[in-house]
Design a protein around this ligand. Structure first.
Ligand code: GDP
Ligand code: IMO
Ligand code: MG
Length: 422
Protein backbone atom coordinates (compact mmCIF):
# COMPACT_ATOMS: atom_id res chain seq x y z
CA UNK A 1 0.00 0.00 0.00
CA UNK A 2 2.98 2.33 0.66
CA UNK A 3 2.42 5.81 2.08
CA UNK A 4 -1.07 7.11 1.42
CA UNK A 5 -2.60 10.49 2.15
CA UNK A 6 -6.37 10.41 2.53
CA UNK A 7 -8.22 13.71 2.17
CA UNK A 8 -11.80 14.88 2.07
CA UNK A 9 -12.58 16.22 -1.41
CA UNK A 10 -15.64 18.28 -0.46
CA UNK A 11 -16.71 20.18 2.69
CA UNK A 12 -15.91 17.51 5.30
CA UNK A 13 -17.90 14.49 6.51
CA UNK A 14 -17.28 12.65 3.24
CA UNK A 15 -16.97 9.33 5.06
CA UNK A 16 -13.22 9.55 5.68
CA UNK A 17 -13.47 7.60 8.95
CA UNK A 18 -15.10 4.64 7.26
CA UNK A 19 -12.58 4.57 4.40
CA UNK A 20 -9.64 4.96 6.83
CA UNK A 21 -10.93 1.98 8.77
CA UNK A 22 -11.14 -0.05 5.55
CA UNK A 23 -7.66 0.99 4.33
CA UNK A 24 -6.07 0.50 7.77
CA UNK A 25 -6.35 -3.23 7.16
CA UNK A 26 -3.28 -2.87 4.92
CA UNK A 27 -1.47 -0.17 6.89
CA UNK A 28 0.92 -0.37 9.85
CA UNK A 29 0.68 3.20 11.03
CA UNK A 30 -2.17 5.76 10.88
CA UNK A 31 -1.37 9.45 11.44
CA UNK A 32 -3.69 12.41 12.04
CA UNK A 33 -1.86 15.51 10.85
CA UNK A 34 -4.17 18.52 11.23
CA UNK A 35 -7.39 19.77 12.76
CA UNK A 36 -8.57 19.01 16.26
CA UNK A 37 -11.61 17.55 17.93
CA UNK A 38 -13.83 19.55 15.59
CA UNK A 39 -13.47 16.43 13.41
CA UNK A 40 -15.96 13.62 13.83
CA UNK A 41 -15.09 10.41 12.02
CA UNK A 42 -17.68 7.66 12.19
CA UNK A 43 -16.90 3.97 11.84
CA UNK A 44 -19.42 1.12 12.07
CA UNK A 45 -18.06 -2.31 12.91
CA UNK A 46 -20.32 -5.29 13.51
CA UNK A 47 -23.27 -3.09 14.48
CA UNK A 48 -21.25 -0.91 16.88
CA UNK A 49 -20.83 2.77 16.06
CA UNK A 50 -17.60 4.57 16.99
CA UNK A 51 -17.05 8.32 16.57
CA UNK A 52 -13.41 9.43 16.63
CA UNK A 53 -12.46 13.07 17.17
CA UNK A 54 -8.71 13.18 17.84
CA UNK A 55 -7.68 9.55 17.96
CA UNK A 56 -6.93 8.19 14.47
CA UNK A 57 -9.66 5.87 13.15
CA UNK A 58 -7.00 3.15 12.80
CA UNK A 59 -7.26 2.54 16.57
CA UNK A 60 -10.20 0.21 15.91
CA UNK A 61 -7.93 -2.41 14.32
CA UNK A 62 -5.48 -4.47 16.31
CA UNK A 63 -1.69 -4.04 16.08
CA UNK A 64 -1.72 -0.66 14.34
CA UNK A 65 0.25 2.31 15.58
CA UNK A 66 -1.86 5.46 15.70
CA UNK A 67 -0.16 8.83 15.84
CA UNK A 68 -1.59 12.25 16.65
CA UNK A 69 0.91 14.33 14.70
CA UNK A 70 2.53 17.70 15.34
CA UNK A 71 0.03 19.51 13.08
CA UNK A 72 -2.98 18.61 15.21
CA UNK A 73 -4.31 20.90 17.93
CA UNK A 74 -5.10 18.86 21.00
CA UNK A 75 -7.60 19.48 23.76
CA UNK A 76 -5.95 17.23 26.35
CA UNK A 77 -9.04 16.97 28.54
CA UNK A 78 -11.12 16.01 25.50
CA UNK A 79 -8.48 13.49 24.46
CA UNK A 80 -8.54 11.79 27.88
CA UNK A 81 -12.33 11.52 27.64
CA UNK A 82 -12.07 10.08 24.14
CA UNK A 83 -9.51 7.46 25.21
CA UNK A 84 -11.64 6.50 28.21
CA UNK A 85 -14.74 6.25 25.97
CA UNK A 86 -12.92 3.94 23.57
CA UNK A 87 -11.64 1.77 26.43
CA UNK A 88 -15.20 1.45 27.76
CA UNK A 89 -16.20 0.08 24.36
CA UNK A 90 -13.47 -2.54 24.65
CA UNK A 91 -10.91 -0.86 22.38
CA UNK A 92 -7.30 -1.24 23.44
CA UNK A 93 -5.61 2.15 23.77
CA UNK A 94 -2.12 2.14 25.25
CA UNK A 95 1.15 1.62 23.39
CA UNK A 96 -0.76 1.75 20.09
CA UNK A 97 -1.45 5.48 20.51
CA UNK A 98 1.29 8.11 20.34
CA UNK A 99 0.88 11.85 20.84
CA UNK A 100 3.33 14.32 19.30
CA UNK A 101 5.17 16.39 21.87
CA UNK A 102 5.04 19.40 19.55
CA UNK A 103 1.29 19.36 18.92
CA UNK A 104 -0.30 22.57 20.18
CA UNK A 105 -2.85 22.61 22.98
CA UNK A 106 -6.41 23.89 22.99
CA UNK A 107 -7.47 25.66 26.20
CA UNK A 108 -10.84 26.79 27.60
CA UNK A 109 -9.98 30.39 26.64
CA UNK A 110 -9.73 29.28 23.01
CA UNK A 111 -13.21 27.79 23.19
CA UNK A 112 -14.54 30.84 24.99
CA UNK A 113 -12.97 33.16 22.39
CA UNK A 114 -14.48 31.03 19.59
CA UNK A 115 -17.90 31.52 21.17
CA UNK A 116 -17.44 35.24 21.92
CA UNK A 117 -16.16 36.05 18.42
CA UNK A 118 -19.11 34.19 16.87
CA UNK A 119 -21.59 36.12 18.99
CA UNK A 120 -19.83 39.40 18.16
CA UNK A 121 -19.98 38.66 14.41
CA UNK A 122 -23.76 38.32 14.44
CA UNK A 123 -25.03 37.39 11.03
CA UNK A 124 -21.54 36.92 9.55
CA UNK A 125 -20.88 33.92 11.74
CA UNK A 126 -18.94 30.91 10.41
CA UNK A 127 -20.86 28.41 12.49
CA UNK A 128 -18.03 26.48 14.11
CA UNK A 129 -18.68 23.83 16.75
CA UNK A 130 -16.79 26.19 19.12
CA UNK A 131 -14.04 23.76 19.97
CA UNK A 132 -11.48 26.58 20.07
CA UNK A 133 -9.73 25.40 16.93
CA UNK A 134 -9.33 28.82 15.25
CA UNK A 135 -8.00 30.60 18.36
CA UNK A 136 -5.62 27.68 19.12
CA UNK A 137 -4.11 27.77 15.62
CA UNK A 138 -4.06 31.57 16.00
CA UNK A 139 -1.82 31.26 19.07
CA UNK A 140 0.36 28.75 17.21
CA UNK A 141 0.87 31.18 14.29
CA UNK A 142 1.40 34.08 16.71
CA UNK A 143 4.06 31.99 18.49
CA UNK A 144 2.27 32.28 21.80
CA UNK A 145 0.82 28.76 22.00
CA UNK A 146 1.55 26.01 24.51
CA UNK A 147 2.47 22.54 23.34
CA UNK A 148 2.22 18.99 24.63
CA UNK A 149 5.84 19.13 25.83
CA UNK A 150 4.88 22.07 28.02
CA UNK A 151 1.89 20.23 29.44
CA UNK A 152 4.08 17.38 30.68
CA UNK A 153 6.62 19.75 32.29
CA UNK A 154 4.72 20.83 35.47
CA UNK A 155 6.92 23.76 36.57
CA UNK A 156 7.14 25.32 33.13
CA UNK A 157 3.46 24.69 32.40
CA UNK A 158 2.38 26.50 35.57
CA UNK A 159 4.38 29.60 34.67
CA UNK A 160 3.23 29.66 31.06
CA UNK A 161 -0.41 29.03 31.91
CA UNK A 162 -0.43 31.76 34.56
CA UNK A 163 0.60 34.26 31.90
CA UNK A 164 -1.84 32.92 29.28
CA UNK A 165 -4.83 32.99 31.65
CA UNK A 166 -3.99 36.56 32.70
CA UNK A 167 -3.66 37.67 29.08
CA UNK A 168 -6.83 35.93 27.92
CA UNK A 169 -8.90 37.08 30.89
CA UNK A 170 -8.20 40.66 29.79
CA UNK A 171 -9.52 39.81 26.31
CA UNK A 172 -12.54 37.98 27.72
CA UNK A 173 -13.27 40.97 29.96
CA UNK A 174 -13.33 43.21 26.89
CA UNK A 175 -16.00 40.92 25.41
CA UNK A 176 -17.96 41.14 28.66
CA UNK A 177 -17.37 37.42 29.31
CA UNK A 178 -16.58 35.70 32.60
CA UNK A 179 -12.86 35.36 33.39
CA UNK A 180 -11.36 31.88 33.82
CA UNK A 181 -9.94 30.52 37.06
CA UNK A 182 -6.24 29.74 36.72
CA UNK A 183 -6.40 27.08 39.41
CA UNK A 184 -9.32 25.25 37.86
CA UNK A 185 -7.77 25.17 34.38
CA UNK A 186 -4.34 24.32 35.77
CA UNK A 187 -5.53 21.41 37.90
CA UNK A 188 -7.68 19.96 35.13
CA UNK A 189 -4.91 20.24 32.54
CA UNK A 190 -2.18 18.94 34.81
CA UNK A 191 -4.31 15.86 35.57
CA UNK A 192 -4.77 15.34 31.82
CA UNK A 193 -1.01 15.86 31.37
CA UNK A 194 -0.20 13.11 33.86
CA UNK A 195 -2.68 10.77 32.19
CA UNK A 196 -1.31 11.48 28.70
CA UNK A 197 2.41 11.45 29.57
CA UNK A 198 2.96 7.78 28.63
CA UNK A 199 1.60 8.47 25.13
CA UNK A 200 3.89 11.45 24.42
CA UNK A 201 6.84 11.05 22.05
CA UNK A 202 8.86 12.62 19.27
CA UNK A 203 6.54 11.38 16.51
CA UNK A 204 8.69 12.72 13.66
CA UNK A 205 11.49 10.31 14.61
CA UNK A 206 8.97 7.54 15.19
CA UNK A 207 7.31 7.90 11.80
CA UNK A 208 10.67 8.06 10.00
CA UNK A 209 11.80 4.89 11.78
CA UNK A 210 8.61 3.23 10.56
CA UNK A 211 9.34 4.39 7.00
CA UNK A 212 12.88 2.99 7.24
CA UNK A 213 11.45 -0.36 8.32
CA UNK A 214 9.32 -0.32 5.17
CA UNK A 215 6.04 0.03 7.04
CA UNK A 216 2.96 1.38 5.30
CA UNK A 217 1.62 4.66 6.58
CA UNK A 218 -1.84 6.11 6.16
CA UNK A 219 -2.30 9.83 6.74
CA UNK A 220 -5.84 10.50 7.96
CA UNK A 221 -7.09 13.87 6.79
CA UNK A 222 -9.73 15.73 8.76
CA UNK A 223 -12.28 18.24 7.40
CA UNK A 224 -12.29 18.67 3.62
CA UNK A 225 -10.68 20.54 0.74
CA UNK A 226 -13.12 23.47 0.77
CA UNK A 227 -12.56 23.97 4.50
CA UNK A 228 -8.80 24.40 3.90
CA UNK A 229 -7.50 27.70 5.26
CA UNK A 230 -5.76 28.49 1.93
CA UNK A 231 -7.85 26.67 -0.65
CA UNK A 232 -11.32 26.68 0.91
CA UNK A 233 -14.19 29.15 0.81
CA UNK A 234 -12.42 31.64 3.11
CA UNK A 235 -13.42 32.82 5.70
CA UNK A 236 -15.92 29.95 5.94
CA UNK A 237 -13.13 27.47 6.52
CA UNK A 238 -11.27 25.79 9.35
CA UNK A 239 -7.84 26.96 10.50
CA UNK A 240 -5.56 24.25 9.11
CA UNK A 241 -4.41 22.94 5.75
CA UNK A 242 -6.84 20.13 5.13
CA UNK A 243 -5.38 19.48 1.68
CA UNK A 244 -2.67 16.90 0.98
CA UNK A 245 0.26 19.22 1.83
CA UNK A 246 -1.00 19.40 5.41
CA UNK A 247 -0.13 15.72 5.79
CA UNK A 248 3.56 16.54 5.19
CA UNK A 249 3.88 19.57 7.47
CA UNK A 250 1.63 17.98 10.08
CA UNK A 251 3.76 14.84 10.37
CA UNK A 252 7.28 15.78 9.28
CA UNK A 253 7.20 13.39 6.32
CA UNK A 254 8.46 15.04 3.12
CA UNK A 255 6.34 15.13 -0.08
CA UNK A 256 8.55 12.74 -2.05
CA UNK A 257 8.01 10.03 0.58
CA UNK A 258 4.29 10.04 -0.21
CA UNK A 259 3.10 7.50 -2.76
CA UNK A 260 -0.54 8.23 -3.42
CA UNK A 261 -3.43 10.46 -2.49
CA UNK A 262 -6.94 9.09 -2.00
CA UNK A 263 -9.80 11.57 -2.18
CA UNK A 264 -12.99 10.68 -0.34
CA UNK A 265 -16.25 12.15 -1.61
CA UNK A 266 -19.92 11.52 -1.19
CA UNK A 267 -22.05 10.68 -4.21
CA UNK A 268 -23.77 13.99 -3.42
CA UNK A 269 -22.61 17.04 -1.41
CA UNK A 270 -23.01 18.11 2.22
CA UNK A 271 -21.77 20.95 4.37
CA UNK A 272 -22.19 21.90 8.05
CA UNK A 273 -22.11 25.53 9.11
CA UNK A 274 -22.22 28.68 7.03
CA UNK A 275 -20.62 29.52 3.69
CA UNK A 276 -21.34 29.00 0.01
CA UNK A 277 -22.59 25.64 -1.23
CA UNK A 278 -23.43 26.09 -4.91
CA UNK A 279 -25.45 22.90 -5.41
CA UNK A 280 -27.47 23.17 -2.18
CA UNK A 281 -30.92 21.75 -2.71
CA UNK A 282 -33.85 21.57 -0.27
CA UNK A 283 -35.43 18.52 -1.89
CA UNK A 284 -32.38 16.30 -1.55
CA UNK A 285 -31.78 17.64 1.98
CA UNK A 286 -35.35 16.79 3.03
CA UNK A 287 -35.08 13.34 1.47
CA UNK A 288 -31.79 12.51 3.24
CA UNK A 289 -32.91 13.94 6.59
CA UNK A 290 -36.19 11.99 6.38
CA UNK A 291 -34.06 8.86 5.98
CA UNK A 292 -32.32 9.83 9.26
CA UNK A 293 -29.11 10.66 7.42
CA UNK A 294 -26.79 13.65 7.37
CA UNK A 295 -26.81 14.74 10.97
CA UNK A 296 -23.37 15.89 12.24
CA UNK A 297 -21.12 13.39 14.06
CA UNK A 298 -19.75 16.13 16.36
CA UNK A 299 -22.77 18.35 17.00
CA UNK A 300 -25.81 16.38 15.71
CA UNK A 301 -26.76 19.39 13.55
CA UNK A 302 -28.54 18.60 10.27
CA UNK A 303 -26.03 18.97 7.44
CA UNK A 304 -26.85 21.10 4.42
CA UNK A 305 -27.17 18.89 1.34
CA UNK A 306 -26.97 19.26 -2.43
CA UNK A 307 -26.18 17.52 -5.68
CA UNK A 308 -22.69 16.30 -6.57
CA UNK A 309 -20.51 19.23 -7.58
CA UNK A 310 -17.96 18.08 -10.15
CA UNK A 311 -16.45 21.56 -10.46
CA UNK A 312 -15.57 21.40 -6.78
CA UNK A 313 -14.25 17.82 -6.85
CA UNK A 314 -12.13 18.51 -9.94
CA UNK A 315 -10.63 21.47 -8.11
CA UNK A 316 -10.01 19.19 -5.12
CA UNK A 317 -8.32 16.69 -7.40
CA UNK A 318 -6.01 19.43 -8.65
CA UNK A 319 -4.94 20.92 -5.32
CA UNK A 320 -4.53 17.56 -3.58
CA UNK A 321 -3.11 15.58 -6.48
CA UNK A 322 -5.78 12.93 -5.93
CA UNK A 323 -4.88 9.65 -7.65
CA UNK A 324 -7.76 7.51 -6.49
CA UNK A 325 -11.33 8.17 -5.47
CA UNK A 326 -13.42 6.63 -2.76
CA UNK A 327 -17.08 7.49 -3.38
CA UNK A 328 -19.29 6.98 -0.33
CA UNK A 329 -23.01 7.10 0.43
CA UNK A 330 -23.96 5.87 -3.02
CA UNK A 331 -26.93 4.18 -1.32
CA UNK A 332 -28.23 7.64 -0.36
CA UNK A 333 -29.30 8.10 -3.97
CA UNK A 334 -31.02 4.69 -4.31
CA UNK A 335 -34.51 6.20 -4.47
CA UNK A 336 -33.77 9.23 -6.67
CA UNK A 337 -35.34 9.12 -10.13
CA UNK A 338 -33.18 11.74 -11.79
CA UNK A 339 -29.77 12.53 -10.36
CA UNK A 340 -28.19 15.89 -11.09
CA UNK A 341 -24.49 16.60 -11.36
CA UNK A 342 -23.07 20.11 -11.45
CA UNK A 343 -20.69 20.50 -14.40
CA UNK A 344 -20.31 24.28 -14.42
CA UNK A 345 -21.19 27.49 -12.60
CA UNK A 346 -22.91 30.50 -14.12
CA UNK A 347 -22.78 34.03 -12.76
CA UNK A 348 -24.98 36.05 -15.13
CA UNK A 349 -23.37 35.75 -18.56
CA UNK A 350 -20.09 34.46 -17.16
CA UNK A 351 -19.51 30.73 -16.96
CA UNK A 352 -16.93 29.14 -14.67
CA UNK A 353 -15.35 25.72 -15.04
CA UNK A 354 -13.38 26.23 -11.82
CA UNK A 355 -14.21 27.44 -8.30
CA UNK A 356 -13.92 31.25 -8.15
CA UNK A 357 -11.97 32.51 -5.13
CA UNK A 358 -14.22 35.45 -4.31
CA UNK A 359 -16.99 33.98 -2.18
CA UNK A 360 -19.32 36.82 -3.16
CA UNK A 361 -18.99 35.58 -6.73
CA UNK A 362 -19.23 31.93 -5.67
CA UNK A 363 -22.36 32.67 -3.65
CA UNK A 364 -23.98 34.20 -6.73
CA UNK A 365 -23.04 31.29 -8.98
CA UNK A 366 -25.85 29.08 -10.23
CA UNK A 367 -24.94 25.50 -10.96
CA UNK A 368 -25.22 24.15 -14.50
CA UNK A 369 -26.49 20.59 -14.26
CA UNK A 370 -26.41 17.44 -16.29
CA UNK A 371 -29.05 14.85 -15.45
CA UNK A 372 -28.52 11.13 -15.07
CA UNK A 373 -31.11 8.39 -14.63
CA UNK A 374 -31.32 6.95 -11.10
CA UNK A 375 -31.03 3.17 -10.56
CA UNK A 376 -34.03 2.97 -8.20
CA UNK A 377 -32.68 -0.22 -6.64
CA UNK A 378 -31.23 -0.79 -3.15
CA UNK A 379 -27.44 -1.05 -3.37
CA UNK A 380 -26.48 -1.76 0.26
CA UNK A 381 -26.11 -5.50 -0.29
CA UNK A 382 -23.77 -5.25 -3.27
CA UNK A 383 -20.27 -6.59 -2.56
CA UNK A 384 -18.80 -6.59 -6.04
CA UNK A 385 -18.67 -3.96 -8.78
CA UNK A 386 -20.79 -6.18 -11.04
CA UNK A 387 -23.46 -6.42 -8.33
CA UNK A 388 -24.12 -2.67 -8.53
CA UNK A 389 -26.95 -1.65 -10.87
CA UNK A 390 -25.65 -0.68 -14.33
CA UNK A 391 -26.97 2.87 -13.90
CA UNK A 392 -25.11 3.22 -10.59
CA UNK A 393 -21.89 2.05 -12.24
CA UNK A 394 -22.46 4.50 -15.08
CA UNK A 395 -23.06 7.33 -12.56
CA UNK A 396 -19.85 6.52 -10.67
CA UNK A 397 -17.87 6.46 -13.91
CA UNK A 398 -19.24 9.91 -14.72
CA UNK A 399 -18.15 11.21 -11.28
CA UNK A 400 -14.64 9.80 -11.76
CA UNK A 401 -14.33 11.13 -15.32
CA UNK A 402 -15.52 14.61 -14.35
CA UNK A 403 -13.28 14.68 -11.27
CA UNK A 404 -10.27 13.40 -13.16
CA UNK A 405 -9.12 10.50 -10.97
CA UNK A 406 -9.43 6.74 -10.89
CA UNK A 407 -12.40 5.23 -9.07
CA UNK A 408 -10.96 2.85 -6.47
CA UNK A 409 -13.62 2.38 -3.77
CA UNK A 410 -17.41 2.46 -3.93
CA UNK A 411 -19.14 2.56 -0.53
CA UNK A 412 -22.76 1.52 -0.23
CA UNK A 413 -23.28 1.59 3.53
CA UNK A 414 -21.58 2.61 6.76
CA UNK A 415 -20.31 -0.91 7.55
CA UNK A 416 -16.82 -2.18 6.83
CA UNK A 417 -18.21 -4.90 4.62
CA UNK A 418 -20.28 -2.46 2.56
CA UNK A 419 -17.25 -1.57 0.50
CA UNK A 420 -16.49 -2.42 -3.11
CA UNK A 421 -12.95 -2.26 -4.46
CA UNK A 422 -13.15 -1.34 -8.13
P1 GDP B 1 -15.95 11.90 8.09
O1 GDP B 1 -15.91 13.09 8.97
O2 GDP B 1 -15.47 12.18 6.71
O3 GDP B 1 -15.28 10.70 8.70
O4 GDP B 1 -17.49 11.51 7.92
P2 GDP B 1 -18.59 11.44 9.11
O5 GDP B 1 -18.36 10.21 9.89
O6 GDP B 1 -18.67 12.72 9.83
O7 GDP B 1 -19.90 11.34 8.25
C1 GDP B 1 -20.10 10.36 7.29
C2 GDP B 1 -21.37 9.57 7.65
O8 GDP B 1 -21.68 8.71 6.58
C3 GDP B 1 -21.19 8.67 8.85
O9 GDP B 1 -22.42 8.60 9.52
C4 GDP B 1 -20.82 7.32 8.24
O10 GDP B 1 -21.18 6.23 9.06
C5 GDP B 1 -21.67 7.36 7.02
N1 GDP B 1 -21.19 6.60 5.86
C6 GDP B 1 -19.96 6.50 5.33
N2 GDP B 1 -20.00 5.83 4.17
C7 GDP B 1 -21.29 5.49 3.98
C8 GDP B 1 -22.00 4.83 2.93
O11 GDP B 1 -21.44 4.42 1.92
N3 GDP B 1 -23.35 4.69 3.09
C9 GDP B 1 -24.02 5.13 4.19
N4 GDP B 1 -25.32 4.92 4.26
N5 GDP B 1 -23.39 5.79 5.18
C10 GDP B 1 -22.06 5.97 5.06
P1 IMO C 1 -14.60 16.09 9.62
O1 IMO C 1 -13.17 15.70 9.87
C1 IMO C 1 -17.52 19.12 8.56
C2 IMO C 1 -16.78 23.21 9.87
C3 IMO C 1 -17.53 23.77 11.07
C4 IMO C 1 -17.54 25.25 10.76
C5 IMO C 1 -16.19 25.46 10.07
C6 IMO C 1 -15.08 25.95 10.98
O2 IMO C 1 -15.57 15.37 10.49
O3 IMO C 1 -14.93 16.04 8.16
P2 IMO C 1 -13.76 25.17 13.18
O4 IMO C 1 -13.96 24.00 14.09
O5 IMO C 1 -12.49 25.10 12.42
O6 IMO C 1 -13.94 26.47 13.87
O7 IMO C 1 -14.96 25.07 12.09
O8 IMO C 1 -15.82 24.18 9.54
N1 IMO C 1 -16.08 21.95 10.18
C7 IMO C 1 -16.44 20.76 9.69
N2 IMO C 1 -17.44 20.41 8.88
N3 IMO C 1 -16.65 18.19 8.97
C8 IMO C 1 -15.61 18.52 9.76
O9 IMO C 1 -14.67 17.62 10.13
C9 IMO C 1 -15.48 19.85 10.18
N4 IMO C 1 -14.60 20.52 10.96
C10 IMO C 1 -14.98 21.79 10.95
O10 IMO C 1 -18.82 23.25 11.18
O11 IMO C 1 -18.54 25.57 9.86
MG1 MG D 1 -17.20 14.15 10.22
Amino acid sequence: MANTILVGAQWGDEGKGKIIDVLTDEADVVVRTQGGNNAGHTVHIAGQKYVLHLVPSGILRKKKTCIIGNGVVVDPVGLVKEIEGLRKLGIKVDRNLVLSETAHLVFPYHRELDAQRETFKGKNKIGPPKRGIGPAYGDKAARTGLRVLDLVNPARFKKQLEFKIKENNEILKAFGAKPLSFKQVHDEYRAAGDYLKPFVANTVILVHNAIRRGEDILFEGAQGTFLDIDHGTYPFVTSSNTTAGGACTGSGVPPHRMDRVVGVMKAYTTRVGEGPLPTENAEIADMLHAMGREFGATTGRPRRCGWFDAIATRHACMVNGIDELAVTNIDGLDTVKTIRVCTGYRDGAKRYDYVPNDIEVLSRCKPVYEDFPGWLTPTHNARKWKELPAKARAYLKVLADLTGAKLRIASIGPGREQTIFV
